[in-house]
Ligand binder design. Sequence first.
Ligand SMILES: [Fe+2]
Length: 302
Amino acid sequence: MAYYEIDRQGQLKREVWFELPYYCMMHDFGLTEHYAVFHVVPIVGSWERLRAGLPHFGFDTTQPIYLGVLPREGTAADIRWFTAPNCFASHVMNAFEEGTKVHFDVPMAKGNAFPFFPDVHGAEFDPHKAHCYLTRWTVDMASRGEAFEGMKRLAELSGEFPRIDDRYTSQPYRFGFMLAQDFSRPLQLPGGRSATGMMMNLLAGIDHASGTVQTYWAGPTSTLQEPCVIPKSPTAPEGDGYLVTVANRLAEGRSDLLIFDAQRLTEGPIATVKLELRLRPALHGNWAPESQLQRPGTAVTT
Ligand SMILES: [Fe+2]
């Protein structure tokens, strides 16, 4: 695997090559003040799978997971690997340090959450084990051995696509947002769910300080796309901002952009932009201020 660090001017600052415990789909990672943190989860592939005409990736329930912690100023020799029993995780909400501890917040499932990456040993997809719950993985850089210090569930919501106020990336933070699935709500989804087959009908805001969770239900014929946090100003305190998401209006074949007060999700959108075209029911979303879009050499999309 190669880790690259690129500065604001688009210049390559650092390039570190290292070996993973096994080949996997490396889909996201976390940053803290001093470390880059990589979760190795057994969404695996092999030449044998490709030769057999199987999907590139499959899930292997027999492999442990790993968390690789690379000092941001270090080399491949400095990376430290921690390990834990088999589970599933994909997108990272945030990571940060607390003394010698590294916290890594990620929606985590007991089993494979991706039906399109079938079990490599042939097991049937189990939707009950596919529910992802936001969980804090903690490792201690002052510890010996390879064990995690802990895994703590942060919210009782089944969901994914976690986001924060991006100004707090790599730092301690209070507010997290994600999409969630509430199967107890009425559901009629003409035209399908999303590109992944996941039904995301709730927008959720998690206050890590108080432990409270706010939700907004999109209605029986709508699903939501990944939300983005927009601070009210560059110096606004964390949480003082807006949350935006695209709503897929499946019954009408339309899309709306919903704008919420990030502190008052349950009250519903404060503004709805009725888009004149239907956007595909996609996965990821990003937002950038106009000032950043106009600055040459600034990457605005991922
Ligand atoms: Fe993704």
